[in-house]
Design a protein around this ligand. Structure first.
Ligand code: GLN
Length: 612
C-alpha cells in the first residue's frame, strides 16, 4: 500500500503522508522515496517504536511468560504491534528523520470494550497518558534523543523525537473543551477540571502532588506500564474529592460534573439503565444517588428522556462515568449535564462497598467535597437532615399547566370535549411520564401545585385526581394531608408513591421510614387483586404500615422482597394507591395497567358536579 501510494505521489507530483507507519518495509520505502525527492512525510505511533508483538503474549513483553496475561487486550492495536525488527526500523527511521513525527490519535476505551476476549476487544491503546511515557522509554535507554537538534544529510535541521510528538488532548471533557480552556495544574481549584501535563521535566510524576488519573481505557496504561523501564512523566490530573458519611466513613474518588460541594441523603439505586430519568426524578430532591451499576453515562444525555425540567438529585455517585457516550440522540455527556445544572459528581469509588454500608447502616447523610476528610466529617454534623426538610415546596410547579406533549401555562377554562376525561395531577414532584401516559389514554391532563386547596381543585371539575410522587417524609406534609381529607370521596383518586403515602395518612394510616428504601427497576410486587406478579420500578424511602389500617382501606399490592405494602385500595370510596412507580421511566412498563384501572374507576364514577 505504501509502495503504491509512493508511486502515485511520484507520478502525480502530489504530497503523501503515511500515517501510523509500523513495518520495517514501509520505513525503508519512505526512506528511499525521500532520498529520491518524492514529497512524502510519515508518522509513527509511540507504541510502534517500543512495544513488540510479544506484548500480546503477556508478561509485559516477556514471550516466555505466557499465562494469565497472554492476549492482553490492551495490546490489540491497528496496525498491530510488530516484530523487534519492525520496532528497530521505526526507531531508526525516527532518529534519521525518515519519520517526521510521532503522532497519536488517542483511543481511550470503556473497560467493557477491553475486558473481553482478544477477538472481541476494540482496537486501540490508550495513549492519552502513555504516549509520552512510551516514547520516553527509548529516550531513557539512549536510543533516541528528546531535545537534540542535529543536521540532517540534506542540510535541514532535525528535531529530537520529543519535540516532534504531536498530541492533541482534546476534548478532555468537563469544562475544558478547547486548547485555550486548559490551565496549568495550579488552576485546578479555579475551575479547570482535568489537565493533561506532558513533558519530560514534569515534576509530579505519576504519584506526584496531583493525583494521577487512570483513563477509562480498560486499565491499559497501568497494565502496560507495570514492570516497564519507562518512568512515565505524562500525567493526567483530576480533582480528588471525598464522600464523607454520617458513620465516619470517607470514600475518596474523582470529581466530575460541577466542582462544588454537594450534600444530601445518600441512597443507592440498582437500575442498570435509566440514569437520565433517575437524575431528573423530583422524588430524589435532597438526595445523592449512588448507582450500583458500575458504568453510568454510556448512552449520553438527551432531553426527551427527562422526567422533569432539571436535575433533581443533589449529587451523583458512580463507580465509573463514561466520557465518550455512544447514542444517536445524545446531546452531551453525563459530565457536561451535571456541569450544566451545577450538580457535583464523584466517580471512581467502590460503589459496592458503599452500597453494603448503606444496607447495613441504613441511608445516611453525606457530603461530597474536596475538603480534607476530617473537615468534611466535622461539617457533616451541621448539614440539615433529609427527614426534617419540606422538599415538596422546592419541586412543585408554581402555577397550573396543561400537558400536551409539553407544558402549557394555565388550563382551559372550558370543559373538555365530550368523552375526554379531565384529570388533575397534583404536583408534589410529578414525573412527566405520568402526564404522558394519561394523555396517551385520551385524557385532558392538568397539573396543579401540590398545595392547591381541595375546593379549587373541585371547582376545576375534574373526572379524576392523580396524586403525584414526590420527595421527603410524608409526615412533614400535614397541610397536604388535611387538604386531601376534603378531596377523598369527592372524586376518583389514584395516588402514586408520595401520593399513596399522603392519601393513606389522610385516611388515618401510618407511615414509617425504611432502612435503605427501594430504588431500582426490578422489585417484584404481587397484585393481590389479579394475583399477578409484576416487576416494578421503585424509588421510595418511606412506606405505609400494614398495621392498624383504617376501616375500608385494604392492601392491594405487596413487595415480594420484604412484604411491605406496595398498594392500597378503598372498599367503599373511589380510591386506590400505589407505592412504586407504575409510570416506570426508568424501568419495566408492565405496570401501566394501573392507569387503565384508574380510568376505569373514573368512568364508573359519577362525574363530580359536572355533566360530561
Ligand atoms: N417517589 C416518591 O414519591 C417517594 C415518596 C417518598 N418521598 C419516599 O421516599 O418514600
Amino acid at each position: 500500500m505504501v509502495a503504491r501510494d509512493i508511486a502515485l505521489a511520484e507520478l502525480t507530483g502530489g504530497r503523501l503522508h503515511v500515517a501510523h507507519l509500523s513495518s520495517a518495509g514501509s520505513v525503508s520505502m519512505v526512506r528511499q522515496a525521500k532520498d529520491r525527492g518524492i514529497r512524502v512525510t510519515a508518522e509513527v505511533c509511540p507504541h510502534h517504536v517500543w512495544l513488540t508483538d510479544e506484548w500480546a503474549l503477556g508478561g509485559k513483553g516477556d514471550a516466555n511468560a505466557t499465562g494469565a496475561m497472554a492476549y492482553d487486550t490492551t495490546t490489540k492495536v491497528y496496525p498491530p504491534l510488530r516484530s523487534h525488527e519492525d520496532v528497530a526500523a521505526c526507531l531508526a527511521g525516527l532518529v534519521d528523520g525518515t519519520i517526521d513525527c510521532v503522532a497519536t490519535d488517542h483511543a481511550p476505551h470503556e473497560r467493557a470494550s477491553k475486558e473481553c476476549t482478544y477477538n472481541d476487544a476494540a482496537f486501540g491503546i490508550s495513549v492519552l497518558e502513555t504516549a509520552l511515557g512510551t516514547l520516553m522509554a527509548p529516550v531513557h535507554r539512549g536510543s533516541i534523543d528528546f531535545d537534540h537538534h542535529d543536521r540532517a544529510a540534506d542540510g535541514g535541521a532535525r528535531t529530537g523525537a520529543g519535540r516532534r510528538i504531536c498530541t492533541v488532548c482534546f476534548p478532555v471533557a468537563g469544562n475544558a473543551r478547547r486548547p485555550g480552556d486548559l490551565r496549568p495544574a495550579g488552576a485546578l481549584d479555579g475551575g479547570c477540571e482535568r489537565v493533561c501535563v506532558h513533558g519530560p521535566q514534569h515534576p509530579a510524576g505519576r504519584r506526584g502532588t496531583a493525583r494521577a488519573r487512570r483513563r477509562d481505557d480498560g486499565g491499559g496504561p497501568d497494565r502496560i506500564r507495570g514492570g516497564n523501564p519507562v518512568e512515565p512523566r505524562s500525567t493526567c490530573m483530576t480533582r480528588p474529592v471525598h464522600l464523607a458519611l454520617e458513620d465516619g466513613s470517607v470514600f475518596t474518588g474523582e470529581s466530575f460534573g460541577a466542582q462544588r460541594d454537594g450534600w444530601g441523603e445518600v441512597v443507592f439505586n440498582t437500575t442498570m439503565t435509566g440514569y437520565q430519568e433517575v437524575l431528573t426524578d423530583p422524588s430524589y430532591a435532597g438526595q445523592m444517588v449512588a448507582f450500583t451499576y458500575p458504568l453510568v453515562g454510556n448512552y449520553g444525555i438527551n432531553r426527551r428522556d427527562f422526567e422533569s425540567r432539571r436535575i433533581q438529585v443533589s449529587g451523583l455517585i458512580v463507580r465509573q462515568h463514561c466520557d465518550l457516550p455512544s447514542h444517536a440522540s445524545s446531546d452531551m455527556t453525563l459530565d457536561a449535564f451535571l456541569w450544566e445544572y451545577n450538580i457535583p459528581g464523584i466517580s471512581g469509588i467502590d460503589t459496592r462497598a458503599l452500597t453494603r454500608r448503606l444496607r447495613t447502616r441504613g441511608v445516611m447523610t453525606g457530603l461530597i467535597t474536596a475538603d480534607e476528610p476530617d473537615n468534611a466529617l466535622r461539617r457533616l454534623a451541621e448539614i440539615p437532615r433529609y427527614d426534617d426538610l419540606d422538599l415538596v415546596s422546592t419541586v412543585t410547579t408554581p402555577g397550573v399547566y396543561s400537558w400536551d406533549n409539553g407544558e402549557h401555562e394555565g388550563y382551559p377554562t372550558t370543559p373538555p370535549p365530550a368523552g375526554v376525561r379531565r384529570i388533575l395531577v397534583t404536583d408534589a414532584g410529578v414525573k412527566y411520564n405520568i402526564l404522558r401516559l394519561l394523555q396517551s389514554r385520551g385524557c385532558e391532563v392538568i397539573t396543579v401545585p401540590a398545595y392547591t386547596p381541595a375546593e379549587d381543585m373541585l371547582a376545576m371539575q375534574p373526572n379524576g385526581v392523580l396524586l403525584s410522587p414526590g420527595p421527603g417524609d410524608p409526615v412533614l406534609l400535614g397541610d397536604i394531608v388535611s387538604n386531601l381529607g376534603k378531596l377523598i370521596g369527592q372524586v376518583p383518586i389514584m395516588g402514586i408513591c408520595l401520593g399513596h403515602q399522603l392519601a393513606a395518612r389522610a385516611l388515618g394510616a401510618e407511615t414509617y421510614k425504611l432502612k435503605f428504601g427501594h430504588r431500582g427497576g426490578n422489585h417484584p410486587v404481587k397484585d393481590l387483586i389479579s394475583e399477578q406478579v409484576h416487576i416494578t420500578a421503585q424509588n421510595h424511602g418511606y412506606a405505609v404500615s400494614a398495621d392498624n389500617l383504617p376501616a375500608g382501606l385494604e392492601v392491594s399490592h405487596i413487595n415480594l422482597n420484604d412484604y411491605t405494602v406496595e398498594g392500597l385500595r378503598h372498599r367503599d370510596l373511589p380510591l386506590f394507591t400505589i407505592q412504586y412507580h407504575s409510570e416506570a421511566s426508568p424501568g419495566p412498563r408492565d405496570n401501566e395497567y394501573l392507569f387503565d384501572r384508574f380510568l376505569a374507576m373514573v368512568d364508573d364514577a359519577k362525574p363530580a358536579g359536572r355533566v360530561v
